[in-house]
Design a protein around this ligand. Sequence first.
Ligand code: NAD
Length: 310
Amino acid sequence: MTKSLHGRVAIVTGAGRGIGLSIANALSKAGANVVIADSGVSIDGTEPDPTIGHTAAEKIGGSSIAFTEGLTSPTAAKALVDYANDSFGRIDIVVNNAAILRDSFIFKGDPTDWDSVIETNLSAAYYLLAAATPLLRAQSKANKDYRNGRIVNITSTAGFYGNFGQATYASAKAGLLGLTRAVALDMARAGITCNAVAPFATTRVTETIQPANESQAKYKARALRLPADHVATFVTYLCDEKAQHVSGQLFAVRGREVFIFNQPRPKARTVNTETDWSVDTLAVAVDEDLKSSFTALETDLEAFNTEPVI
Ligand SMILES: NC(=O)c1ccc[n+]([C@@H]2O[C@H](COP(=O)([O-])OP(=O)(O)OC[C@H]3O[C@@H](n4cnc5c(N)ncnc54)[C@H](O)[C@@H]3O)[C@@H](O)[C@H]2O)c1
């Protein structure tokens, strides 16, 4: 295998297991020095276990090292960036992959769960990028030929479709799309790319899916056959020089299928050129001009329950 990322330094959050571990492994195999940032928490973000990160670093081998502090504060993000920079002298790649789940129907929602999920799945990504991007930008400014800066945010189709009981998770994951777009714009002049990837893979999380209907049950059965390696290969591609022109995009990877998503843009328009709208005129215009563009109220589990290509 060619070591196309030779000498690069990558931070991968949540790399102790699951999809993050596959990504860290693939980046390491491609020649990168990888910081496995994982506090080893349970799916709901409790019970930290530092052995998870250390074991992953040993398993991946090479020059990989572990950072096991929980990533839910600007201080932890800064400590992670300093650790990577002190250990390897630079940072080229940041993969925001760590996430937790605290599912419940909105009408049974607990604001504490909202705070925890937003903090881990969205704010932590912002904290890490706020801490790491000054360094990435300085590296780019110091060398006009530097074209190695890469940011990948691991999102979820739940953020774009919604799913039963996932108000906290879907909101955080949808937030990552706004973060991806804004960061892609902010870093474009420095030649640093930022993309979002929605993965499908069998992990401990997939195993806990409680199907709400037959269609979702089919999704689960099929998702349990999807290795995470395909996602890791795609993230490695995004980090390669060959993907220098790819930024601000939203992808999904499901086995050997790679999707690019459209991003919310106006689909149809109705306009009243004569006078202000009233409820009555809107009731007619929405049905006549916009209704055919409504987005179906289906979940991502129903939309992606087709037979996987693996
Ligand atoms: N598995 C799928 O099919 C699927 C589908 C959609 C999205 N995703 C996304 O992919 C990513 C990886 O998911 P996974 O299924 O591998 O999950 P996982 O639970 O197996 O792994 C997540 C890792 O993140 C770590 N982590 C969580 N909070 C942390 C924190 N605050 N600080 C440091 N580490 C922390 C955990 O210890 C864990 O090792 C997540 O962002 C998830 O939302 C996965």
